[in-house]
Design a protein around this ligand. Structure first.
Ligand code: PLP
Length: 450
C-alpha cells in the first residue's frame, strides 16, 4: 500500500498541492492554518497532533450515525468483493442500487417514488432543474425554465447550483446567469423587525407572488428551498412559510423542490423533514450527505410518479446522469446506514437528544455578544453581535466566528465558523455528556473572545 505522510509537518507539506474547497486559499498559506484529521470514532475525531476533538460538525453535516461504524464499513467491503462497479446507464442496473431506490421510495413522503442517483448535493440539485426543464418541454411548455430560489440559500457549487445559492456566496465568480431569481430570506429575527411573525410570513408570500407575476408563471419551472437553510446561517423559517409557498406554487403550476441534503436522514428527528416537520409534499426532494452518513458519496433526486411518467413517456431519451451515480459501494453504504438508523431508532432518539442539544445551546443566549441561537435539534447556529439591541455586527475583519471556533478547537471541539455565525451539526449519536461538554466549551470560548 502507498505510504502516507505521518507527521503534521509531512502531511501539511504534501497538502500544499491540495486546493481546499470553500477556503481562504491565501490565508491557508500561513503556518498552522490547516488542521489534518487522521482518525475518527463515534462522535470523536483525532488530529495529526494527537488531539481528540468532539466532531461538532459531523464531518460536514453528514456523519449522522457517527464515525467508524463496522456495519457500514463491512457492507461497503463486502459489496466491493462481489461487484466493484457497474453503472446505471443505458439498459444496466445492479441489485444494490435497485434496493436502495426502493427503500428511498418507501421512506420518502407522498408520491415521491422514483429515484435518480447522483454523487453530490450540487449535481442532485442541477439534475432536479434539468429534469424539470425536460418535463415541461415534453408537456409542450418549453418556456418554463426559470427557477425561484432565496437569498441565504445554499444549493451547491456547480454552475447551476451556485446560481441557485445566495448571490452573497458567488461574488466575483461566474455562474449560470439569467435562470435563477432570488426571493427574500425568511429570517424573522433579522428581517422582521417591528412585525409579527404572521405579518412577516404574509410579506414573504407577497414577495413570492410579486416575483411570479413579474416573471410570468408561464416562464417558471420551479421553486427550490431548504426546509431549514443550512450554510446560509441556519435559518428556520416562520411556521406556515413552506406550506404556503407550496400552495402558491401549485396555484401557478410551478414545481416545489425541497433540498433536503442536510435536513433528511435524522438531523431533525425524521428520515425526511418536508412532510413530518413542515407539512409539505414536494414534487421533488434532493438528498445527499446523511443518506450514507458520508461514508460514500451518494446523492439523489427523488421525483413523483407524475414527473417520472412524463419524462419516461414514448419518443424521448433521458439524457442525464453521471458514471458513478448509484455506485455499488455507495448504494451499499446507503442501505447499511438506513438499516442501522432503523435498528437503533436514530430519528426517534434525535427527537429527544436533539432537543437536549438545542436547549443546551439556547442557554448561551444570555452571553452579551450572542444575538440569536437558532435552529432545530442537531442543526444549530449561533449569531454573534456587537450590540444586542441594534443587532449591529462586529467588523467583518475581526472574523468573530473564526475566533470562537479557534478557541473551541483548542478546548477539544470542532465547530464551523461562517463570518459572524458559528454552526453546529454534530453526529446524531452524541451522548448527553458530550452535549453538556459542547455547551461548556462554547460558553468558555465565547466568553474568552469577548
Ligand atoms: N444543498 C444543501 C442544503 C447543502 O447544504 C449542500 C452542501 O453543504 C449542498 C446542497 C451541496 O452538496 P454537495 O457539497 O454534496 O455538492
Amino acid at each position: 500500500p502507498p505510504v502516507l505522510p505521518h507527521t503534521t509537518e509531512d502531511i501539511l507539506a504534501a497538502d500544499t498541492h491540495l486546493v481546499q474547497s470553500w477556503a481562504d486559499l491565501d490565508g491557508l498559506k500561513k503556518p498552522h492554518a490547516r488542521t489534518a484529521i487522521v482518525a475518527a470514532k463515534g462522535a470523536m475525531v483525532r488530529d495529526s497532533n494527537g488531539q481528540e476533538l468532539i466532531d461538532g460538525i459531523g464531518g460536514l453535516w453528514c456523519v449522522n450515525v457517527g464515525h467508524g461504524r463496522p456495519e457500514i464499513i463491512d457492507a461497503i467491503s463486502s459489496q466491493l468483493s462481489t461487484l466493484d462497479f457497474y453503472s446505471t446507464f443505458y439498459t444496466f442496473t445492479h441489485p444494490t442500487a435497485a434496493a436502495l431506490a426502493k427503500k428511498l421510495a418507501e421512506l420518502a413522503p407522498g408520491k415521491l417514488n422514483r429515484v435518480h442517483f447522483s454523487t453530490s448535493g450540487s449535481d442532485a440539485n442541477d439534475g432536479a432543474v434539468r429534469i424539470l426543464h425536460h418535463y415541461y418541454e415534453r408537456l409542450g411548455k418549453p418556456e418554463k425554465k426559470l427557477v425561484l430560489s432565496r437569498h441565504g440559500a445554499y444549493h451547491g457549487s456547480t454552475y447551476l447550483s451556485i446560481a441557485m445559492t445566495t448571490p452573497a456566496y458567488s461574488k466575483g465568480w461566474s455562474k449560470a446567469e439569467g435562470i435563477v431569481h432570488h426571493l427574500k430570506k425568511p429570517h424573522y429575527w433579522r428581517e422582521g423587525d417591528g412585525m409579527t411573525e404572521a405579518d412577516f410570513t404574509d410579506l414573504l408570500i407577497a414577495d413570492l407572488r410579486h416575483e411570479i407575476e413579474r416573471l410570468g408563471p408561464q416562464n417558471i419551472a420551479c421553486f427550490i428551498g431548504e426546509p431549514i437553510m443550512g450554510a446560509g446561517g441556519v435559518i428556520v423559517p416562520p411556521k406556515e412559510y413552506h406550506r404556503r409557498v407550496q400552495d402558491v406554487c401549485r396555484e401557478y403550476d410551478i414545481k416545489f423542490v425541497a433540498d433536503e441534503v442536510v435536513t433528511a436522514f435524522g438531523r431533525l428527528g425524521h428520515f425526511f423533514a418536508s412532510e413530518a416537520v413542515f407539512d409539505t409534499q414536494p414534487d421533488m426532494i434532493t438528498i445527499a450527505k446523511g443518506v450514507t452518513s458520508g461514508y460514500q458519496p451518494l446523492a439523489a433526486t427523488i421525483m413523483t410518479d407524475e414527473i417520472y411518467d412524463v419524462v419516461s413517456g414514448p419518443d424521448g431519451v433521458f439524457t442525464h446522469g453521471m458514471t458513478y451515480a448509484g455506485h455499488p459501494a455507495a448504494a451499499a453504504a446507503g442501505l447499511a446506514n438506513i438499516a442501522l438508523m432503523e435498528a437503533e431508532q436514530i430519528p426517534e432518539r434525535v427527537r429527544v437528544t436533539g432537543k437536549i442539544f438545542e436547549n443546551t445551546l439556547r442557554t448561551l443566549q444570555d452571553i452579551e455578544i450572542v444575538g440569536e441561537v437558532r435552529g432545530s435539534h442537531f442543526m444549530m447556529g449561533i449569531e454573534f453581535v456587537k450590540d444586542r439591541h441594534s443587532k449591529a455586527l462586529f467588523d467583518a475583519k475581526l472574523n468573530i466566528g473564526m475566533l470562537v471556533a479557534r478557541k473551541a478547537q483548542e478546548k477539544g471541539l470542532v465547530a464551523r465558523p461562517l463570518g459572524h455565525i458559528l454552526i453546529l451539526s454534530p453526529p446524531l449519536i452524541l451522548s448527553e455528556e458530550q452535549i453538556a461538554r459542547i455547551g461548556d466549551i462554547l460558553r468558555e470560548s465565547i466568553t474568552e473572545v469577548m
